[in-house]
Design a protein around this ligand. Structure first.
Ligand code: AIR
Length: 170
């Protein structure tokens, strides 16, 4: 049995993979081990159930589901596992991702999915959120989360042009 990484990312189609680049890169930046699979909740429901069972047995701790259109994948993941599920709604149809967002975020009580934003920003935040959850039990990772936040704050500070600081105050 090959041990599972901490984070199992599943998306509904190969066409979703480019939108997930930021998720994979951010997980890498935290040195979090991950694996990615393409399994559609609608087209391959049995394969999805089998994968979740197997990934759980191998030790996956967080599931990330990403899909566009009627994005039921994260919800189905949450129905199959008691481990945390993060859902990334993707913009894959004529509704700009609002279709996927509603599908991911409007879960019935008792079957939670933590939805992030639509598309690339959400993909990055899924990784940041996974890092924060895993950091609860991993002091070294908690330090990397702290370092990222400090770096982000410092970057935001230098981006402020002091000449524009007073603008809009009168
Ligand atoms: N999808 C696939 N099965 C169920 C859903 N909701 C989504 C994919 C992709 C979109 O449908 O996640 O965002 C279009 O998939 P495809 O394979 O036709 O490109």
């Amino acid at each position: 049995m090959i041990p599972a990484p901490s984070v199992a990312v599943i998306c509904g189609s190969r066409s979703d993979l480019p939108a997930l680049r930021g998720c994979f890169d951010t997980l890498d930046s935290y040195a979090i081990a991950w694996e990615a699979s393409v399994i559609s909740a609608h087209r391959q429901p049995e394969a999805l159930a089998a994968y979740v069972r197997d990934a759980e047995q191998r030790g996956a701790r967080i599931f990330v589901g990403a899909a566009g259109m009627a994005a039921h994948l994260p919800g189905v993941l949450a129905s199959l596992t008691a481990r945390p599920v993060i859902g990334i709604p993707l913009d894959a149809g004529s509704l700009g991702g609002a279709d996927a967002l509603y599908s991911v975020v409007q879960m019935p009580p008792g079957v939670p999915v933590a939805s992030v934003a639509i598309g690339a920003a959400g993909a990055k935040n899924a990784a940041h959120l996974a890092a924060r959850i895993l950091a609860l039990a991993d002091p070294d990772l908690a330090e990397r989360v702290r370092a990222f936040r400090a770096e982000q704050a410092a970057g935001a500070e230098v981006a402020i042009d002091p000449r524009s600081a007073g603008e809009g105050t009168e």
